[in-house]
Design a protein around this ligand. Sequence first.
Ligand code: ITT
Length: 245
Amino acid sequence: MIICAATGNAAKLREIRRILAPRGFEVKSQKDLGISLEPEENGSTFRENARIKAQAICLASGLPTLADDSGLSVDILNGEPGVYSARYAGTHGDDEANNKKLLENLKGLSEEQRRAKFVCALCFYLPGGAHMTVEGECAGHIIETARGGNGFGYDPLFVADRIGLAGGGEGPNTQGLTTSEMEDWQKDAISHRGKALAMLEEKLAAFLEENQPAAGGLPITGVEKTLAFERNHKDDGDKLKRSLR
Ligand code: ITT
């Protein structure tokens, strides 16, 4: 199935692609499709922002669209940086400044007081307007000094409670690796994004079944484009649905 990923964040896109590719999804980026739109993320929750991004980019692309709104929520900071994770220190996407601000705000606190979680809301939006949103979480704590070279954002400061295991599944993160020190597969098995994508896949077949375009047409513009897309990709959709049953 071909879908559009509504994100301008290259690191997020890489994670979404590597998790969805083996599951039969071809993920086109906004960049691949020449869409430079940056919808204003003015929601107060991850779910709202994911829906805002998915709807806007779905309208622009005419493709089933997946948006990810995610971030870090620190207990003692009342959930901050939350939906402001990408711009915590002021400049959107300045990971270094965001991490520095986080460390300053947690200075002198014990490991127990540094509990935090990553949250990921995913909205899957169809050209007809039907959409569904799922959420995944990953619990852990914030350390005092950055470690690791993989991942992005707050990964070098985040020690997850769990880790993916070589034989499949997950277990306790006994070595205390940050998600930046983990291999891709070790992070994907336990990450907020990995969990949310697994849940999306679980619910997708039923969602697509319920939301086939009605014979009389769709309630929004771009109807012809949508129906043409559905016709062209019907086989992909059927194959996917069969594989998910
Ligand atoms: P798009 O809106 O274009 O997708 P963005 O980076 O602005 O990209 P968000 O508003 O969802 O995306 O903010 C996500 C921020 O949360 C991201 O910049 C990181 O600081 C943090 N974050 C999310 N997932 C993360 C992960 O897996 N590892 C580390 N930090 C993460």
